[in-house]
Write a protein that binds this ligand. Structure first.
Ligand code: WT7
Length: 653
């Protein structure tokens, strides 16, 4: 990397931002240095930002050492997340709006819920969960669309000490079934249907299909009426929320939880076919989510904050619900999509609700960029003061468009790098402190110690390009994998012993700014969604005509990465366009719409090492249409497969 020319465009911190923001450049330097020099003292102080029933004494008790990985923060402290997100604000801001909900179509309207209303509703919800037998420590699966009830159900779980496991509604019933089974949930919360971009999502039907595969596992399904469409209700098992809520008491005090009691599980893709249930706990998670939300977005009272993420992903957890509500913020939740009923929907919502802080994903920006500037410029967007990006690297071209067109050149962009496993943002600019470089996530947040290592684990200094590890723990870190602590240790702490391996590549420039270069494992990033290539391969091989499959990502203009599958058929003569289509819809049906394969190439053989390991690097190159430099092919067991693969490649630039 040394000597390679770097991007030189830099947007310095505007003067008014340096003056007004919570954190300016000097403050960042001082606080960051303090957080690394003495993490105990730093986090002892900042732990006080949430309310504790019983105070903590030990701040940090963490080890990344193989064989004894253990992560505990604030361990003697007790608290309750729902208390912190609701009750604590009542005296001062009971009548302030906590959540603005905006429906799928403009004619579905919007709803504002104050903190006082949220308090009453969440207590009801908590009692409804209790009435269905949910107790402290039980796992409740949430399969809910973007409706306020998703927030209520999450906070209600937190209130009674139940652990939620949210499953995104884009997961098909098969994936839902395996997540319910892996979490051991007895209770599922869903809606009759969801609405998204004018389409109906058959959520209750998907739950029914999932539960057919798991006889006797789930004892209660709580159904929220979103559309009111008639859905099958199994007597004794299925109940409408509104019927249950009529029969339960109004009051529900928050349960006293230990700092390290689990708050939620989130399943995410890894490098094997089996998704991982990342476990987040109570105290440290909330401190970290709240603090990052305040400083990264520079949230001040009066701001209207909108994060467009789905509630079924970590971004929805930390930055629609927990971080903002712990800060007493007003957080907007949108049911729909950026292109419905037209491509101006986001800008229309921003104007209508005077959104000041807007946090979205590069895939949305790229698709809106294609629709041209007119659709943006016909709205004022005068309320906007900051823009955020998350989910995948944002290319400089999209960054510039977001900055110039959406932000009228006056809104800083925070390109926030983090992961399901990190709980909150780890590398990001701070708007009052950091000069911005398009395409760079720039600097570590307080307490975060990034390092770049080479394949052998040597720590690289200065300008460097390699694998990104984090050398020490931070309070928001995921604590383990549900019922699989060994895999937690293996995936994240054994590749570089003593360090958390992010499984991302990164580059550090001469200013110490980090740019992310993408996953270095077998995970691809499709429209900001993590897809394990092994999961797609497993679904393909489950089809009767397929004997072997290898899946890689390739650059895709809108989705960031597309899914490219090499398929070996049981009988070669079966290869046809019809079979191709069938395989695509088969996987989509099995796994959900993000798993839509873009290209299916029928292959006669795959490039393998003599020990039988598929060399994905080569398949990736061919999928990229860049097969002139395939690198070292000397380890190939049978070099003759290459010619057929190259001749039949499907992505020709
Ligand atoms: C992976 C984590 C972060 C919450 C949403 C996704 C990629 C995420 C960025 C960014 C470059 C990014 C990484 C990471 N990623 N944000 N700003 N720049 N890459 O959470 O599903 O756990 O995915 O998303 O590859 O490892 P996730």
């Amino acid at each position: 990397m040394n000597g390679k020319k770097q991007t030189t465009v830099v947007y310095p911190v505007p003067k008014e931002w340096a003056e007004r923001a919570f954190i300016n450049a000097q403050r960042y330097e001082a606080m960051y240095a303090a957080s690394i020099a003495n993490p105990e003292e730093f986090w002892r102080e900042h732990g006080k930002r949430i309310h504790w029933f019983k105070p903590y004494n030990t701040v940090k008790n963490t080890s990344f050492e193989p064989g004894k990985v253990s992560i505990k923060w604030y361990e003697e402290g007790t608290t309750n997340v729902s208390y912190n997100c609701i009750d604590r604000h009542l005296a001062e801001r009971g009548d302030q709006v906590a959540t603005i909900w905006v429906g799928d179509h403009p004619k579905d309207g919007a709803r504002s819920i104050t903190y006082r209303e949220l308090h009453a509703i969440v207590m009801k919800w908590a009692n409804v969960l209790k009435s269905q037998g949910v107790r402290k420590g039980d796992v409740v699966t949430l399969y809910l669309p973007m409706i306020p009830e998703a927030t209520y159900a999450m906070l209600a779980c937190a209130r009674i000490g139940a652990v939620h496991s949210a499953v995104s509604t884009i997961c098909a019933s098969n994936s839902l079934a395996s997540r319910i089974a892996d979490a051991g949930s007895k209770v599922v919360v869903t809606a009759d249907q969801g609405l998204r971009g004018g389409h109906k999502l058959e959520l209750k039907a998907a739950v029914d299909a999932a539960l057919d595969k798991l006889p006797g596992v789930v004892t209660s399904v709580i159904v929220v009426k979103r559309t009111g469409a008639p859905v099958g209700m199994l007597k004794g098992r299925d109940h409408y929320y509104n019927e249950l809520s009529d029969t339960v008491p109004e009051q529900c005090p928050p349960e006293e939880m230990k700092a390290e009691d689990p708050l939620f599980i989130l399943f995410t893709s890894g490098s094997t076919a089996k998704p991982k249930g990342v476990v987040h706990t109570t105290g440290g998670y909330l401190v970290y989510a709240a603090m990052t939300h305040q400083y990264v977005f520079d949230y001040h009272d009066g701001d209207i904050y909108w994060c467009t993420a789905d509630i079924g992903w970590i971004t929805g957890h930390s930055y629609i619900v927990y971080g903002p509500l712990a800060n007493g913020a007003t957080t907007l939740m949108f049911e729909g999509v950026p292109t419905y009923p037209n491509v101006s929907r986001y800008w229309d919502i921003i104007d209508k609700h005077k959104v000041s802080l807007f946090y979205t994903a590069p895939t949305a920006i790229r698709s809106l960029m294609r629709s041209g500037e007119g659709a943006v410029k016909s709205y004022s967007r005068a309320s906007l003061r900051l823009l955020g990006s998350v989910g995948e690297p944002i290319d400089p071209k999209s960054w510039e468009w977001y900055h110039r067109v959406v932000g009228d050149g006056r809104c800083p962009i925070v390109d926030t790098w983090w992961q399901t496993e990190t709980g909150g943002i780890l590398i990001t600019p701070l708007p009052g402190a950091t000069d911005l470089k398009p395409g760079s996530a720039s600097k570590p947040f307080f307490g975060v110690k990034p390092e770049i290592v080479d394949a052998a684990g040597n720590v690289l200094d200065g300008v460097a390009d390699g694998n990104l590890v984090i050398a020490d723990s931070w309070p928001g870190q995921g604590r383990t994998l549900y019922r699989d602590p060994e895999r937690f240790e293996q995936e994240y702490f054994s590749p570089y012993p003593g360090k958390y391996f992010t499984r991302d590549g990164a580059r550090r420039d001469a200013d110490g700014d980090y740019s992310m270069t993408g996953r270095v494992d077998d995970v691809i990033n499709v429209s900001g969604h993590r897809i394990g290539t092994a999961e797609v391969e497993a679904a393909l091989v489950a089809h009767a005509s397929v004997s072997e499959a290898a899946v890689v990502g390739y650059p895709h203009e809108i989705k960031g990465q597309g899914i490219y599958a090499y398929v070996i058929l049981i009988e070669d003569d079966a290869a046809s366009d019809d079979l191709r289509k069938e395989l695509v819809s088969w996987v989509r049906r099995e796994k959900g719409p993000t798993f839509t394969i873009d290209k299916v190439q029928f292959a006669l053989g795959l490039p393998k090492t003599s020990s039988g390991k598929i060399i994905r690097r080569i398949l990736g190159k061919i999928a990229e249409d860049d097969f002139t430099a395939l690198g070292d092919t000397s380890t190939l067991a049978d070099p003759s497969v290459l010619e057929h693969l190259i001749d039949n490649r499907l992505n020709r630039n």
